[in-house]
Design a protein around this ligand. Structure first.
Ligand SMILES: Nc1ncnc2c1ncn2[C@@H]1O[C@H](COP(=O)(O)OP(=O)(O)OP(=O)(O)O)[C@@H](O)[C@H]1O
Length: 669
């Protein structure tokens, strides 16, 4: 029988856990009694309590058939505080350490042992209650896990006459009231202090401080009755050390010691405030009401009716794993209160909460998730547009290694001119980027090869090139721009031919190549660093007579060439001026001729023999003569320039040749 019940409970639990719902655990703790009621039959093995009312003494007349059976997760009777903790509280504390919120709730009539169960007896270490034992377990776990960073805070509040007070207010000050707010569906306590505790002692110090500040009064049942509902909360935040995005959990354990309900007839008017009792009973009634509404599955549960129900909202049906410890007196005179507490426990037993692992996601992670979602959406949208444009099957994800290899071979084929550029597909931005990347790689490889080749081949080649460029830079002879005077409006039969700039360029290129060749040949024999050679060349030109003479001749040739080019430029300008003048005179003469045609015969005669017209004609003739003279000179000069350049280049070549010979001789010495 016992086994089958346990199996059923275990099965129920595991099914519920898979769904994320957790049944509220209920435990019955019977306060030891010298004269327990004959009506109560507790069976710790089956965790059931049978109430036989026919055996009940006193009270209203009852039916002899009145018999009730209450089931619990466990019945604790004459059991140690440690065993009570292990039975009722340990699992919840372990769950809090894993990141689930937990609530342990002590319920029962005044004097039934709620405070004894939760706080224990401070005078005897063996009688420590659930709260100090939970603190011990949490700190033991913190120090047993060096790989995790665990921070522990505590707070302690009481609800007295529907006002919430912070029990951890400094002892010199009156208790500070706390306001309860609801933000984003969460109950927030504005003004409730949370204290960081590094050690178990820190937490115990705060707990004891709060205990001392609880509202305690004397009632009919005992001298130190708690007149308020109290909640000690331990906040456990934990994350693994040394990771970029560590798993972070934040859970809290609410340890609640409810005030005990009392019958009005039991109130000691001399010592107790009626308002106080009224408020306690009222809040407990609202609690019962909320439980029965939850049990019925009502859409609206009246949590807002009291502070207590708001505080316990999550514990009864929200994000919390919850355990209820129902404390009861066994004596006959308290039978009604005991039955009432048992009934409450049975109703709570049917409730389920939906505890979740409280993972703290940092803002960076949230942002990343948002972006990832956005990227997914955009990808879907792109795929949609691709499909609309008949380009389905295009992947915009990172290219696979195989795709990269394929693309590379296509680019190579293109570079080696085996394939046309169309062979490289253009499908997506990723692919285009990869193509650029391949080109860049190819360019880098080529560059490296060239560098290697040039190193192997000759450092001196570069040096000679420097020498050559130095010689060329030294030339100082500008190129003639011959355009601008070839389209003649002058009434001459012939047109001046263009100066053959192509020949000049070719000649120069040829000369450069020649010089390079000379330098290259010489460089093979004398591999020297450029600095030394440049210095030697400078010395040769300025201090060695052979060099000085050749340098003088070269400079003379350069000056002659330069002068000729300058003269050509001046002549070109003059030619253009003449051309302009001829044009203007022609226009004037043509204008006069047309006036003469339109005029009367007598007048026309006057114009025809007008002095001015004769002068214009004369000036035109002079301008034409000037033009022809300039042009002839220009042609002459043009013919002189190539031989002059050739001479200059030969001088240059001779100078270099003499220099290399001298340099070789000098080095051999
Ligand atoms: N299991 C137990 N074993 C021994 N003593 C107990 C037990 N339970 C309660 N007591 C004693 O009974 C007395 C009343 O207990 P307690 O103060 O815990 O009751 P309570 O339910 O918190 O009452 P109230 O609601 O009025 O504060 C205390 O002196 C306590 O030591």
């Amino acid at each position: 029988m016992k086994t089958s019940i346990l199996q059923a409970i275990w099965k129920q639990d595991s099914e519920e856990n898979e769904m994320g719902y957790y049944r509220i655990g209920t435990h019955l703790r019977l306060r030891p009694s010298a004269r327990p009621a004959l009506a109560l039959h507790a069976d710790a093995e089956t965790s059931t309590l049978r109430v036989d009312l026919k055996h009940a003494e006193g009270g209203p007349p009852r039916s002899h058939d009145d018999q009730m059976v209450f089931h619990f997760d466990s019945i604790i009777q004459s059991t140690s505080q440690e065993a009570t903790f292990n039975e009722c509280a340990r699992d919840i504390v372990e769950d809090v350490l894993c990141g689930y919120n937990g609530t342990i709730l002590a319920y029962g009539q005044s004097g039934s042992g709620k405070t004894f169960a939760m706080s224990g007896d401070s005078k005897n270490a063996l009688h420590k209650g659930v709260i100090p034992r939970a603190i011990h377990r949490i700190f033991a776990d913190k120090f047993a896990r060096p790989e995790s960073e665990t921070s522990i805070h505590v707070s302690y509040l009481e609800v007295y006459n529907e006002v919430i007070y912070d029990l951890l207010t400094d002892k010199k000050e009156p208790l500070r009231a706390v306001s309860m707010m609801e933000e984003n569906g969460q109950i927030e306590m504005k003004g409730l202090q949370q204290f960081l505790c590094e050690t178990e002692e820190d937490a115990l110090k705060h707990f004891v401080h709060g205990e001392r500040r609880r509202c305690i009064g004397t009632n009919t049942f005992h001298k130190f009755s708690n007149r308020s509902h109290c909640m000690f909360t331990i906040y456990v935040e934990r994350h693994s050390k040394g990771r970029d995005h560590p798993d972070r959990t934040a859970a809290k354990l609410n340890l609640v010691d409810l005030a005990g309900c009392e019958r009005f007839k039991c109130i000691d008017a001399a010592r107790q405030s009626e308002k106080e009792v009224l408020n306690i009973n009222k809040s407990l009634t609202f609690l019962e009401q909320a439980v029965s509404e939850l049990r019925k599955g009502q859409a609206h549960v009246s949590f807002r009716q009291s502070r207590l129900t708001m505080l316990l909202r999550d514990a009864l049906g929200g994000n919390s794993k919850t355990v209820l410890i129902v404390c009861a007196l066994q004596e006959d005179e308290f039978l009604d209160e005991t039955i009432s507490a048992l009934r409450f426990a049975q109703r709570v037993k049917d409730l389920k909460t939906s505890a979740v692992l409280n993972k703290v996601v940092d803002s960076v992670q949230i942002e990343r998730q948002l972006y990832e979602r956005k990227i997914e959406e955009l990808k879907r949208e792109l795929a949609f547009y691709d499909a609309l444009n008949g380009r389905s099957g295009i992947s915009r994800d990172d290219l696979t290694e195989q795709r990269k290899v394929e693309l590379k071979s296509k680019v190579e084929a293109f570079l080696l001119q085996k394939e046309d550029v169309d062979a490289i597909p253009i499908e997506s931005l990723t692919q285009i980027k990869e193509t650029y990347h391949i080109f860049k790689e190819a360019q880098a490889m080529l560059h490296a090869k060239l560098e290697k080749l040039s190193k192997e081949n000759s450092i001196s080649k570069l040096e000679d090139n420097q020498t050559i460029s130095m010689m060329e830079a030294d030339d100082g002879v500008g190129e003639l721009e011959p355009q601008g005077f070839s389209v003649g409006v002058a009434p001459l039969d012939w047109r001046p031919a263009k100066i053959d700039s192509e020949n000049v360029t070719t000649e120069k290129t040829f000369a450069s190549a020649l010089l390079q060749q000379v330098a290259h040949e010489n460089q093979r024999s004398y591999g020297e660093d450029s600095m030394k050679r440049n210095l030697a060349f400078h010395e040769f030109k300025h201090s060695i007579s052979e060099g000085t003479q050749q340098c003088y001749i070269l400079n003379t040739k350069k000056s002659e060439l330069k002068e000729k080019k300058l003269m050509m430029q001046n002549l070109a300008v003059k030619l253009n001026d003449c051309k302009q003048e001829i044009h203007e005179l022609n226009v004037l003469l043509a204008g006069q001729a047309s006036d003469a045609t339109k005029a009367e015969p007598a007048e026309a005669e006057t114009i025809k023999f007008d002095d001015g017209r004769g002068q214009l004609q004369e000036r035109l003739e002079q301008a034409k003569a000037e033009y022809q003279k300039c042009f002839a000179e220009l042609l002459q000069l043009k013919d002189q320039i190539p031989p002059a350049r050739k001479e200059m280049l030969e001088c240059q070549e001779r100078l270099l040749d003499s220099f290399f010979k001298w340099y070789k001789r000098d080095r051999e010495k």
